[in-house]
Ligand binder design. Structure first.
Ligand SMILES: C[S@@+](CC[C@H](N)C(=O)[O-])C[C@H]1O[C@@H](n2cnc3c(N)ncnc32)[C@H](O)[C@@H]1O
Length: 235
């Protein structure tokens, strides 16, 4: 399998699976991904003055879920590095206060302290420099703003880790390969194994000037969620 190392490789991989991405997500998670995103959205601020940015937005599922749940925003921005994913997001969501653009999570074209809600769902693990992205989130977020991260993590229990490894290593590439691009679905388990744990992510958020408001485990800890608030201006 070709090693996926650069943002260009990642964007190319997501371009190649964009058309089947939503369907495969639903199939491979037995539609649990919908429930997990709804939980994320329930923690988003809402109001006519709220600016919301969803980075690694993919096909725009988080933004769609937020609008479907009746959340109000002054402005919504979806960013991603895959034009294939962004094209689908633009087709899916045409509300006048929503815009999409090709942009790195590590280099957000927004002013300091200007975003009230920032989410990244199943994206941080794909970012080549995830801690740099967290620093950038801190820069653009307003004090009191909410950072919402949903991600796959290595489970803590060894039994669950074995089951998870089996599912991700064998079942997922098989189904993903049959319905889409096999190497992309081989990449998923590797990216999870290489990624930090939820506890390590929370520790880094605290170090950067966030306070942890809540965390939640789904799927026996295979999927984790954290809601954090920015409490300080420190950079
Ligand atoms: C697994 S998809 C998640 C999409 C969506 N957030 C969801 O919940 O379904 C990961 C997305 O992260 C994007 N991505 C990867 N690296 C990125 C980066 N450095 N900056 C912005 N987006 C990135 C990919 O292009 C892809 O669309």
């Amino acid at each position: 399998m070709k090693q996926i190392k650069t943002e260009k490789d990642i964007a190319h991989m997501f371009d190649s699976i964009a058309g089947r991405y939503d369907l495969l997500n639903n199939v491979l998670s037995a539609k649990q991904d919908i429930r997990w995103r709804k939980h994320l959205v329930s923690c988003l601020p809402s109001g006519s003055d709220v600016r919301f940015l969803d980075t690694a937005t993919g096909t725009g599922e988080v933004i769609k879920t937020a609008l479907d749940q009746g959340k109000q925003f002054a402005q919504v921005i979806g960013t991603d590095i895959s034009d294939g994913m962004l094209d689908l997001a633009k087709q899916k969501i045409t509300a006048p206060n929503v815009s999409f653009r090709n942009e790195q999570a590590t280099d957000i074209k927004e002013e300091d302290n200007s975003i009230d809600g920032l989410s990244i769902s199943f994206g941080l693990r794909n970012v080549v420099e995830p801690l740099k992205a967290v620093n950038e989130f801190h820069r653009v977020m307003a004090v009191g703003g909410k950072l919402l991260i949903l991600e796959f993590f290595k489970p803590k229990s060894s039994l669950m880790n074995s089951l998870y490894t089996f599912y991700f290593r064998y079942v997922l590439p098989l189904v993903g390969g049959f319905m889409s691009n096999k190497s992309a679905y081989q990449y998923l388990p590797e990216s999870v194994q290489d990624f930090m744990t939820l506890d390590e992510l929370c520790a880094y958020l605290i170090e950067r000037g966030f306070v942890i408001e809540s965390t939640k485990n789904f799927l026996f800890g295979n999927c984790g969620f954290v809601c954090a608030s920015k409490v300080s201006q420190k950079s």
